[in-house]
Design a binder for this molecule. Structure first.
Ligand SMILES: NC(=O)c1ccc[n+]([C@@H]2O[C@H](COP(=O)([O-])OP(=O)(O)OC[C@H]3O[C@@H](n4cnc5c(N)ncnc54)[C@H](OP(=O)(O)O)[C@@H]3O)[C@@H](O)[C@H]2O)c1
Length: 250
């Protein structure tokens, strides 16, 4: 099967991060033009940009917890490339804490930061990008969720809830946007070997999977690439587990 994104523009949020940069790589390797988004780490985004195969790729900064910046991001990508064919909603924050030690103020702050970035950011981005896609005849969204939405996240409760919300957002948007030839796919990874979780990965984590390891970012990227490729329209609304059978649901 040949996957070819020649002539397509793909916006990847969090292209400065571990999984995001692998996703940028996968799409660029399949001839897409990639719009790499970052929040605070412009250097990492530039590093991602330099590592991509030739093309008119671009980088764009935006704090996705700010609705105005979300809208400006879509305008910036649309102005630069004239189209947005695929959006990968990958950027997210995760704050780990001990529930018993949080004050009520801290609890509210964590929830606000997490929901603003991980749920409202993608919701607003999907709204604005869907308008651009509709004008051009359609498009695809791939949302990066988490196994934690199903399994629970006792050390990152707001994060788990934000990802459960992202799952439902994707399902409802799949139903709302299919008439416009816009399709929505969700990926729910288990642990993935990125810098963010490097300190947490030990044998107790690896043995959650019968493969005795965690995922590599490229495995999430490959799934995102395939889902966004042609011929998968009937999968719209799906949530694909990429967790090495570490948490099975039926
Ligand atoms: N790694 C795992 O084990 C794992 C497991 C399940 C799901 N996931 C999901 O996979 C995705 C990527 O994870 P990762 O491990 O690659 O994380 P990462 O390396 O920490 O990357 C996170 C990305 O999100 C961006 N970001 C953070 N806050 C933002 C904000 N307010 N506005 C815009 N962008 C913001 C960061 O941008 P800057 O660095 O530029 O600030 C960065 O590019 C996330 O959705 C995560 O929930 C990861």
């Amino acid at each position: 099967m040949i996957i070819d994104f020649t002539g397509k523009t793909v916006l990847v949020t969090g292209g400065s991060g571990g999984i995001g940069s692998a996703i940028c790589q996968a799409f660029a390797d399949s001839n897409a033009t990639v719009a790499i988004h970052y929040n605070s780490n412009k250097k990492r985004a530039e590093h991602t940009l330099i590592s991509l195969r030739e093309g008119s790729h671009s980088i764009h900064g935006a704090d996705l917890s700010n609705p105005d910046e979300v809208n400006k991001l879509v305008q910036s990508v649309s102005k630069t490339h004239g189209q947005i064919d695929v959006v990968v909603n990958n950027a997210a924050v995760v704050e780990q804490y001990d529930f018993d030690s949080l004050s009520y103020d801290d609890w509210q702050d964590v929830w606000a930061r997490t929901i603003d970035t991980n749920l409202l950011g993608p919701a607003y981005l999907m709204y604005s990008a869907a308008k651009v896609m509709k004008e051009k005849g359609g498009g695809n969204f791939v949302n990066i969720s988490s196994r934690g939405a199903f399994r629970g996240e006792p050390k990152a409760i707001a994060y788990g809830a934000s990802k459960a919300g992202l799952n439902t957002l994707g399902q409802s948007m799949a139903q709302a946007l299919a008439k416009d030839n816009i399709f929505v796919y969700t990926i729910a990874p288990g642990f993935v070997a990125t810098d963010r979780v490097a300190d947490m990965i030990d044998d107790s984590i690896r043995t959650q999977s019968p493969l005795n390891r965690v995922a590599e970012p490229e495995e999430i990227a490959r799934t995102a690439l395939w889902l966004a490729s042609e011929g998968n329209e009937f999968l719209t609304g799906c949530i694909v587990d990429v967790n090495g059978a570490s948490y099975l649901r039926s």
